[in-house]
Design a protein around this ligand. Structure first.
Ligand code: IMP
Length: 187
């Protein structure tokens, strides 16, 4: 059972475990950008019958909002990968739930919540290339360009942010905060 003492909202600050977070990106601002990304995806990929691969857990709200705005035939599946402990990347990506779909010769769109070092993206990208995907695109809610260490292009980015730790709209801090409708940053 969740101890509500560790999930308290005082005015606009949010306390999760031992840390306080302040408002950062509103739900309205997120919605506007998700709509634009959906329009770009529709323009670029309509007719290619893409398979969207949603990286759990953090992407679940972004993915749900995004795919509802796509007006063309597509498939959606999920993988679960984790590289974070607390507020820092471990640099090691653990594949928790693997991919079962046949991706050979398909257009794939990876849906990420946030691209930080890029380790998660690279691991999935390598796997998809190995399985002979035809074309691999990436859509992410957030991108931290200063933290990114890889060379794989991140094709669709809702918002770039500095190297700050954020929660909300699917993103959590040790299990808490993902249900917040806005995005918050460490205060
Ligand atoms: P990467 O592999 O270093 O790019 O990290 C990507 C994953 O780390 C994301 O899918 C998130 O689960 C997690 N992550 C990175 N930055 C944050 C953050 O600011 N808040 C919450 N989770 C984050």
């Amino acid at each position: 059972m969740v101890n509500f003492a560790i999930f308290a909202t005082y005015m606009s600050l949010v306390t999760l475990h031992d840390k306080q977070f302040k408002p950062y990106i509103t739900a309205d601002a997120i919605h506007t950008r998700v709509e634009q990304i959906a329009a770009n995806l529709s323009a670029d990929l309509k007719g290619s019958f893409p398979l969207f691969i949603v990286v759990l857990n953090g992407s679940f709200i972004f993915a749900a909002d995004l795919v509802k705005m796509l007006k063309f035939p597509c498939e959606i599946t999920f993988v679960k990968l984790a590289s974070y402990e607390g507020t820092g990347s471990t640099g090691k990506v653990n594949e928790i739930i693997g991919l079962t779909e046949n991706v050979e010769n398909r257009t794939i769109v990876i849906i990420e919540d946030i691209v930080d070092t890029g380790s998660t993206l690279e691991k999935l990208h390598d796997l998809l290339k190995h399985k002979n995907a035809k074309q691999i695109k990436t859509a992410t809610l957030l991108f931290k360009p200063l933290a990114y260490k890889k060379t794989i292009p991140v094709d669709y980015i809702c918002m770039e942010i500095p190297n700050d730790f954020v929660v909300g709209y699917g993103l959590d801090y040790d299990g808490l905060g993902s249900n917040l409708k806005d995005i918050y940053v460490l205060a």
